[in-house]
Design a protein around this ligand. Sequence first.
Ligand code: NAD
Length: 501
Amino acid sequence: MSSDNLSIELTAPNGHKYTQPTGLFINNEFVTSRSGEKITSINPTDESEITSVHAAGAEDVDIAVAAARKAFKTWRDIVPTERGELMLKLADLVDKHRTTLATIETWDNGKPYTVSSTEDVPEVASCLRYYAGYADKLHGTVIDTGPAKLAYTLREPLGVCGQIIPWNYPLAMAAWKLGPALACGNCVVLKAAEQTPLSILYFGTLIKEAGFPPGVVNLLNGYGKVAGNAIAGHEGIDKIAFTGSTATGRQIMKAAAVNLKNITLETGGKSPLLVFEDADLEQAAKWAHIGIMSNQGQICTATSRVLVQEGCYDRFVDMFKKTIGETSKVGDPFQEETFQGPQVTKAQFERVLGYIESGKSEGATLAMGGTAYKDVGGKGFFVEPTMFTGVKDSMKIYREEVFGPFVVVSSFKTEEEAVAKANDTTYGLGSAVFTQDITKAHRVARNIEAGMVWINSSNDSDFRIPFGGVKQSGIGRELGEAGLAAYTNTKSVHVNMGTRL
Ligand code: NAD
């Protein structure tokens, strides 16, 4: 540990050496927390401690909010093109530091390095670049009401945005929220998830290096019930953007009611994937595998409920099992051949094992997996890719979000039944449809209650395309042009052109 106690030299399991900041990032500096609380980060692969970082309490949140409020006074008025240029610089720095960022992500979260280095970190840079381009293209409109009046609108930043991030894509989820917030001229107080506190602090060093003015971006670690709750209920924060569980989303809405914050929520899902008899079954099996087993199954849009038409049910299940068996290689996430690393924490590991027991006790058929995977040095939070078939609609494993490499398969007879089953959930995030009949594909897409539909693919996320849910899967949209709407207010200006009283 360095003498100031705010950074530590670390060597990751892949041999990569770097300096890990450990403080709270406020006003472009790493500082100690007033609360004195710490968070210890655990390597989910071998259960060892990586390091400890400072955890914010309510007083630290106050300090970060004050910094952001002060910065907002000038940040909102800088030439928008300059805001975009800073974001482009940040994106370039993310590319430059890709190895370090991806190493931290894999070490702390357990996701395969092949994924963090070729998907997650590049997505951070792409998302920042995409929104950087919008910084000087946020135009208002002139509204013609006749010669007596000039009426126009301005798109103004909201002010200070509180952003609460989950652990499944620590950097990518931060970028999805920072990109539109900064492009629109807002300042940010962002809290990372306590399970994955490390990469965001390294990212903080890049914010400073890119040249953002102090206070524009403040990055905190802290526990949800303490720092998260303080952000959600803070009267100096104008907007809250959250990704995580539906239960926490509900808590955040309550806390945010204190000053009627603008809210966007990306919450949970139990997304259906429909396979019709006329589908290319081999492709359906491959996409169904990607749709649930990627990222250790820890994806809010995971197509975790696979619904298969009776005429192709057995053939599909065989192909799906074969694909999972051949592709889902469980192992050390730093090994190149690994497809599936450990679950992020012991709590998530135990949660998945709990659902396996529930599936067995409710009488579903365990078609593959179903136990902890012990072949990675006998330690770590690894779970075998697990499939239950013959699952009934009433079962807990059919209705609740598991958030692991855990899929349930059920059958349907008709298109009408398929849509009814797909919609029989409190969630409405993703959905996938496999058929070669284009008319049916579009008809089903229209009838499914979900924010996103993939036709003949699954979990095809793209920073240019809006992302979000309906029902209890969320409020508002992230990504794409739609993602900007959540970060500006429209001000209407009426100019009297000569009407005299
Ligand atoms: P969570 O929703 O509790 O945590 C997500 C974020 O919210 C974290 O930063 C956390 O610190 C913060 N938070 C927690 N309580 C808070 C509060 N009262 N006020 C403000 N912020 C708060 O998720 P979890 O407990 O880590 O995971 C539980 C389940 O949530 C998972 O099994 C999964 O089903 C779901 N989940 C979904 C996503 C997603 O992408 N939609 C991501 C993570 C977890």
